[in-house]
Design a protein around this ligand. Structure first.
Ligand code: IMP
Length: 429
């Protein structure tokens, strides 16, 4: 098996872009299997900075990109992303980008409902990206989604839109938001159909042929385990399964598709949106981490909340996510801190617990239990071998490995592609 699946192990934004880009250069095919344009990957290639939301990162390396059935696709967002990267010199053609026939589409009603519901939630809002991801997944499960293949049968769109609007307009009207006209949505779909249909393919079958050929397939996860709809900090989660076992379902490959699961973890923790965050720092150190780590959301520009590394949370992610090894990123942001804290468990109602509880009320009550370790005065930025690292930095990594019960197999020490220390090549596992 020469496949690799990359997933985030915290709340997203762990620096997957750089790692996926590096792995993509060694892969034959890169597959997105969940999420939508709520994701944001920044890839720095030479002078060019690519900001991708929906396109598989491999396209930047000239590899075939597949958008699997587990993704939700906003055709307008996709087409404008294609136009953007094309203007930067990339070639995106039906030969290089393949989109599953059975992928559900995100329509303007989905974003409208997402935002209207968030506004109505007030203090209880989830902090979604407002891009319609949740409502689009709800429609898929409710069996009223319009899927890419439906655009090949325009005569069926009339009744499909009736069914969709019966649901959405009722909700939008109830929330006091503007409703949608069927004719406008029909025009929208008929306009985009000729632009997006050339990319449609039986991706499950093409991937099977690649598997038989022995191609290296890279599954590019979006978001992260703690945002997984089943295993994350529900309800403050996204609407898809972000864990590696979804690589098979979300692409049409079998359960063994994932291969080596590389979990990405930042050397500290960040979160955008609402929800529990036990090791969050509300002080000067938290502000410093945000500033030094440039912690602003790629998609929404929101400042990210920052805190100490939560080893108990990452251990949880390692277990439910099936993680084989960890890529630790942004260690250099901790350079110069006198002391560092690692959250190694929690206190809940006066009792020590090792596992993060499932109920939101208990999640809000847990307090972090910290282990303090010595910081380092030297720099880790740009290190390319263990010998370049201060001894305290190595000790910090070893403590993390012990607590999360997984090996650090890759260390990223700056946004530059070559500033990476590789302990084990995931494709050779
Ligand atoms: P949604 O995915 O837009 O429904 O948002 C649900 C939650 O997931 C919110 O807390 C978002 O901030 C978070 N989220 C979604 N995508 C990302 C991502 O790519 N990085 C970090 N957080 C994300």
């Amino acid at each position: 098996m020469s496949n690799v699946t990359v997933i985030g192990t915290q709340w997203g934004d762990e620096g997957k872009g750089k790692i996926v880009d590096w792995l993509a250069s060694r892969a034959d095919v890169v597959v997105r299997f969940q999420g939508g344009h709520n994701a944001g990957h920044t890839l720095v290639v030479g002078e060019q900075v690519y900001k991708l939301s929906l396109l598989p990162s491999g396209l930047v390396r000239g590899k075939t990109g597949v958008i699997g059935n587990g993704v939700v696709v906003d055709p307008e967002a996709l087409l404008s992303e294609i136009a953007r990267v094309t203007s930067q010199g990339l070639k995106v053609t039906p030969e290089t980008l393949l989109i599953a026939e059975n992928v559900p589409l995100i329509l303007p009603v989905h974003g409208a409902l997402d935002r209207a519901r968030e506004a109505a939630r007030g203090d209880r809002k989830i902090g979604t990206t407002g891009r319609g991801i949740g409502p689009a997944y709800e429609d898929k499960v409710a069996r009223r989604a319009i899927r890419l293949c439906d655009l090949t049968e325009p005569e069926t769109l009339d009744w499909k839109l009736d069914e969709l609007l019966l649901h959405h307009n009722t909700l939008l009207a109830g929330l006091g938001a503007p409703t949608f006209e069927k004719a406008d949505l029909m025009k929208h779909l008929l306009d985009i159909a000729p632009k997006i249909l050339p990319f449609m393919a039986a991706t499950w079958d093409i991937l099977e042929a690649e598997r038989r050929k022995g191609s290296r397939i890279l599954f590019e996860g979006a978001q992260a385990v703690m945002l997984d709809v089943d295993h994350g900090t529900y309800p403050f989660v996204t609407s898809s399964n972000t864990i590696a076992s979804n690589a098979g379902t979300g692409s049409g490959m079998g359960p063994g598709a994932a291969g080596f699961v590389l979990g990405i973890a930042k050397a500290y923790t960040t979160r955008v949106g609402e929800g529990p965050f036990p090791s969050e720092l509300h002080d000067e150190i938290g502000r410093q981490l945000g500033e030094r780590g440039h912690e602003f959301g790629t998609v929404t520009g929101r400042p990210r909340r920052c805190g100490w590394f939560d080893a108990a949370m990452v251990r949880h992610a390692v277990r439910v996510g099936g993680v084989s090894g960890i890529a630790l990123t942004k260690l250099d942001v901790l350079d110069g801190q006198k002391e560092l804290c690692i959250c190694v468990g929690y206190e809940l109602d006066g009792k020590r617990v090792d596992r993060f509880p499932s109920s939101p009320a208990a999640q809000a009550r847990v307090r972090p239990v910290f282990e303090t370790v010595e910081g380092w005065s030297g720099s880790t930025r740009g290190a390319r071998s263990w010998a370049d690292l201060p001894a305290e930095a190595i000790k910090y990594i070893r403590r993390i490995e012990e607590h999360i019960e997984a090996p650090v197999t890759l260390l990223s020490t700056s946004p530059e592609r070559d500033d990476t220390i590789l302990m084990k090549d995931p494709f050779d596992s």
